[in-house]
Design a protein around this ligand. Structure first.
Ligand SMILES: [Zn+2]
Length: 380
């Protein structure tokens, strides 16, 4: 008698599971993937933090291969309950989204949602490009002319931890034999002395990309180099490598591939070195304060696109040529960039107006004592 009840109970629960499977577990997991044929490879390309990926199409929708995407954004895959699972850094409220390589969802308590509208072809998971991007809350920089788009991870200035001092130093050329304005050329020996001081005294030279974690960084400092001189490749990069230090180079796009300036190929190598972030110093280096609305759009938008085509990454910071700005140029910079950099103004404190980040000028004449004064803050 008792055994029969257990048997009936077992049968009933098995029927329930079967019914659940048939309905695709819709009550618990309303967002199951669609099973089908893998989308076709399209001509289009997408650059994820500089890494080129294929875009796939099916029924006029664009898709990403989620394994390729996760690898490109540097997310980790792990085995959970015997299934290869990817926990993306995608959150919807407090609920993380999971991508799996299998049809079964992992059953962790904190994981209950799947992306909807995906295609699973039996081995790979494809997800609509638009949906992935909107979940990440990042926009794509579109380049219709080249039939590609760029997705770059960077912090949005409005949401930074506030009140952290980040001394932001402005350099230009690095060399012993100035061919132009003398004081713009910091001697390699002087720069080496400064980099040595930073590393020996617990400073962390960072990029603007790192500002999102500024609360976890020891004595952060931003080293910036304006104009894009070729010595940033020949003299600066070897020093950055020697001390394993990060710097940001602001490029004047119209001067690329001209005498004394970086070539596009050198810019690409700098960007791929892992030590240099490439950002914009506009197209022409004309004062933004004197530009018309149309010219401002050109200087800001076109330079962004031109640099993205070289590095595969979207620039999100711009240095005002000669530090000149106007109300109109501040507004335009805020429209296209997260950060606008001035040429003076003291120490940058996070939370400051994003289009007016102050910098301190390191010239050929700056001695170590003055340098130390520039990077010494209340906390440091
Ligand atoms: Zn400049």
């Amino acid at each position: 008698m008792g055994k029969d009840v257990i048997k009936i109970k077992k049968l009933f629960s098995m029927l329930c599971i079967f019914a659940l499977l048939l309905t695709g577990c819709q009550s618990k997991l309303p967002q199951q993937p669609v099973y089908g044929v893998a989308p076709a490879e399209s001509e289009a390309e997408i650059f994820i933090n500089g890494i080129p990926l294929k875009v796939y199409t099916a029924e006029e929708q664009e898709y990403l291969n989620m394994k390729e995407f996760a690898d490109a954004v540097g997310e980790k895959w792990q085995v959970s309950r015997g299934i290869l699972v990817h926990q993306a850094s995608i959150f919807h409220g407090d609920v993380p989204y999971f991508f799996t390589t299998d049809t079964l969802p992992p059953e962790e308590d904190n994981c209950s949602l799947y992306l909807c509208g995906g295609i699973y072809d039996g081995s790979s998971w494809y997800q609509q490009l638009e949906q992935v991007m909107s979940l990440y809350s990042y926009h794509l920089l579109e380049d219709p002319e080249k039939n590609c788009s760029y997705y770059t991870t960077y912090p949005t200035a409005e949401y930074l931890h506030t009140d952290y001092s980040v001394p932001t130093l402005m350099y230009h050329a690095v060399g012993d034999e100035p061919w132009g304005i003398r004081e713009l050329f910091v001697s390699p020996a002087t720069l080496e002395e400064q980099l040595k001081y930073l590393t020996e005294n617990g400073y962390t030279p960072i990029w603007f990309e790192d500002l999102g974690e500024v609360n976890q960084l020891q004595k952060p400092v931003l080293l910036t180099f304006d104009d894009g001189y070729d010595d940033n490749y020949t003299a600066l990069l070897p020093l950055l490598k020697k001390y394993n230090v990060k710097a940001t180079v602001f490029i004047i796009v119209d001067l690329l591939n001209t005498e004394h300036y970086l070539t596009s190929e050198q810019v690409k190598v700098l960007s791929e070195s892992g030590l240099v972030s490439i950002q914009s110093h506009t197209m022409s280096h004309e004062f933004l304060s004197t530009r018309s609305a149309e010219q401002l759009t050109y200087e800001l938008q076109q330079s962004k696109l031109a640099l993205a085509r070289i590095t595969g990454k979207e620039p999100f910071a711009v240095a005002y040529p000669s530090g000149r700005y106007s109300d109109a140029s501040l507004a335009a910079v805020e429209q296209y960039y997260q950060f606008g950099l001035l040429s003076s103004g003291g120490t940058y404190v996070t939370g400051a107006k994003r289009s007016m980040i102050p910098r301190q000028y390191v010239s050929r004449n700056t001695d170590l004592e003055e340098f130390v004064e520039m990077i010494t803050t209340a906390e440091g």
